[in-house]
Design a protein around this ligand. Structure first.
Ligand code: NAP
Length: 655
């Protein structure tokens, strides 16, 4: 009999580990991994193997949240979990028993609820079951129902605009489906945001073991929250591993895409870096251009007059040496929070210009390295990486959704929006006060007046520690103007500077700019949208633009947590299902019906009206000048997963 080969995890990142014989042949490594791995995650694996719901019930009282069981779970119980799991895995290996299946129904729900530290609703079980499946089963991949002949596939070329995280994801799936495709990438490398952003301290604030493709897990992340180089390398590896690189035209931009009514295809006009232009044709176009890629410089008088170094976080100059300089930084969002603390120890003086404070939360793993034992467990212990992903999912995604919804009865003077939100606020205020020290004059300056999650929540990157430094000033007065040698505030203060860093964000509302997209009958997409008001059915399709799909399109962003890769995978599956429907019917194109589109947008807007982002007086980049939230998803991730899980042909005109 062959070894019980559960998955080629080293090769495909499935998370199920190599064959069990190898696992059992290294008892010392297994023991070490069990010691350093999370007991809560091990518990879930053990229960999957044994079906021991009594053990689950015994552990439950010690698990109050998805990642904080280790504080209260008694050592005796932890030892019991480790010992039993060690024995079970060894037994499976020695007797070569096939691995147990992913639990289902009430058992799965009981496990999810115990892991989350709260009741996990029924509608999560199908989604989480899918996420627990190994990569070789790959339930988010698309399978043909009536496989078309290769010649038919050849006649259906797809153009993907952008080779970042979402473009690569689409390309991998399109390739698996056997469709010809080309990625048009303006840069000389893949990776999108993770290629373009390399400011000091740049990194992710969604944990990596969750922020990764479900079909390409990485068990070797050096840190729980990786920095930019490691993330970029991950996407480079994905491009190579799935054979995408040969399909990419680097250094090329899409100027326009125009639908041809007569041919039922898209004419895509491209511009190379040397300015020369040419055109290619595609049956479908997938825009994967991202949202946060056009830096926004503030409209401050005198900006052009500054004589020192001026740079935007997303257009960093690698030759800029900040050591010993007087540096001003405008902006305190996610980018600023990473740059500031990284530069502060080396500059002569750092002046931070804060227009409004952001809410900041701690995360004990933010700077932590992943221990070797944990890496081993992720790679070798069957299902461990998958259960760990669920814990992260709950801690960083839908678990927070209830804190975002306005309780109309809640009266807190605008400081919070419901009881949960108020509890989170108390926690965050306690945290920042603790960091700054009671009586610190900084406390008033950095405590937001708006409810938590109104702007993007930030993980503490030593922000408060930085503010306490002698060489750091927090300037909360309004900037009046920029002058050749510094910045002047409205109160008349002149701050002399050698360099200004603009951590002022992106032109997020200019969706798909500067491309021109022309649909059926010459319909212009930007005219249809109107100024800064992008809309799309499921954030993906607009009526009158057949076979034109958007990834990370309008109203698919996540601001409280979550994982944009998850959303992208949902969208890519949906797009592939749409293409399958068209191709298997022998049709040409799918165009979403206007009534379906209108109903969806109305629902999105109605939901947003009751969420924290439309809180009165609050500013954030999620809304346009009319106050409409164009950027964010109002749904729970599980809702969006459900909405995109199947393609409904009746919602489309298929021609
Ligand atoms: P951002 O969140 O839009 O923050 C821009 C900052 O600049 C805000 O503090 C804003 O103040 C300030 N600002 C803008 N114009 C100004 C002006 N004229 N005068 C003074 N201050 C001004 O931009 P970001 O920090 O680059 O982040 C954008 C998004 O990128 C994030 O929300 C996140 O989605 C993503 N990101 C993620 C990470 C990560 O994963 N760790 C890191 C970086 C970026 P107001 O708040 O008052 O508008």
């Amino acid at each position: 009999m062959d070894d019980v080969h559960v998955a080629g995890a080293h090769a495909d990142g499935s998370g199920l580990g190599p064959n069990l014989a190898e696992l059992a042949s290294d008892p010392a490594a297994l023991r070490a991994a069990l010691e350093s791995a999370d007991a809560g995650t091990l518990l879930l694996v053990l229960v999957q193997f044994t079906g021991d719901l009594d053990l689950l019930a015994r552990a439950k009282p010690f698990i109050s949240g998805p990642l904080n069981y280790h504080e209260t779970m008694p050592e005796t119980l932890r030892s019991e979990i480790r010992d039993r799991l060690s024995a079970v895995l060894t037994d499976y290996a020695q007797r070569r028993i096939p691995l147990p299946p992913i639990p289902a129904g009430e058992m799965l729900r009981a496990m999810l609820s115990t892991a989350a530290g709260e009741d996990v609703a029924q509608d999560y079980t199908a989604m989480m079951r899918e996420d627990l499946e190994p990569a070789e089963i790959d339930p988010r991949g698309m399978a043909w129902r009536n496989p078309p002949d290769p010649a038919q596939l050849e006649r259906f070329p797809v153009v993907i605009i952008g080779g970042g995280m979402s473009g690569l994801c689409a390309a991998i799936r399109i390739k698996q489906a056997g469709l010809p495709f080309t990625i048009i990438e303006k840069n000389q490398s893949v990776g999108g945001s993770w290629y373009e952003n390399f400011y000091p301290g740049c990194g992710v604030d969604t944990p990596n073991h969750f922020y990764s493709y479900s079909f390409f897990l990485n068990h070797d992340w050096s840190h729980f929250f990786a920095k930019r180089d490691e993330l970029w390398a991950y996407f480079e590896r994905a491009a190579d591993q799935f054979g995408i690189r040969d399909h990419i035209q680097f250094g090329t931009e899409v100027v326009s895409a125009t639908w041809s009514d007569s041919n039922s295809d898209w004419h895509v006009r491209l511009r190379r870096t040397d300015g020369s232009q040419y055109q290619i044709r595609a049956k479908a176009v997938i825009s994967a251009v991202g949202v946060l890629n056009r830096p926004k410089l503030p409209d401050i008088p005198g900006r052009e007059t500054f004589a020192g170094t001026a740079l935007h976080t997303a257009a960093w100059d690698s030759t800029f040496d900040w050591r010993g300089k007087r540096v001003g930084m405008i902006g305190t969002g996610a980018s600023g929070q990473q740059v500031g603390p990284t530069l502060a120890p080396d500059v002569a003086r750092l002046t931070i210009f804060q227009r409004s404070p952001h809410w900041v939360v701690p995360n004990p793993n933010y700077f932590a390295e992943v221990a070797d034992g944990m890496k081993w467990a992720l790679a070798h212990i069957p299902y461990f990486a998958r259960w760990y992903r669920f814990q992260l999912f709950w801690a960083f995604a839908d678990g927070l959704h209830a804190a975002l919804k306005v309780d109309p009865e809640w009266a807190d003077g605008g400081r919070s929006i419901n009881a949960i939100n108020a509890r989170h606020r108390e926690f965050m205020v306690r945290y920042l006060r603790g960091k700054l020290g009671e009586g610190s004059p900084l406390i008033d300056k950095v405590t937001p007046g708006y409810p938590p999650y109104g702007k993007r929540i930030l993980i503490d990157n030593n922000w408060f520690e930085m503010l306490k430094r002698d060489n750091v000033d927090l300037e909360t007065g309004r900037i009046a103007r920029i002058v050749p040698d510094g910045i002047e505030t409205e109160s008349g203060e002149h701050i002399a500077l050698d360099a200004i860093i603009y951590a002022t964000g992106f032109q997020a509302s200019k969706v798909l700019a500067p491309m021109t997209i022309t649909g059926v009958g010459g319909k212009d997409l930007h005219q249809f949208w109107g100024p800064d008001d992008a809309t799309a059915y499921l954030g993906t399709m607009v009526p009158g633009f057949p076979n034109f799909f958007m990834l990370m399109g309008p109203n698919t962003g996540l601001a409280h947590g979550g994982n944009v890769i998850f959303i992208t995978e949902c969208q890519v599956r949906y797009i592939l299902s749409a293409l399958r429907e068209v191709i298997e019917r022998g049709a040409q194109a799918a165009d979403v019906k206007p009534a379906v589109f209108d109903a969806h947008i109305a629902q999105v807007d109605a939901l947003h009206a009751g969420m924290v982002w439309t809180h009165k007086g609050l500013t954030n980049w999620y809304r346009n000048d009319q106050g409409r939230v164009f950027a964010l998803l109002p749904y729970r991730l599980v809702d969006y997963w459900q909405m995109t899980r199947t393609f409904s042909p009746e919602e489309y005109t298929i021609t």
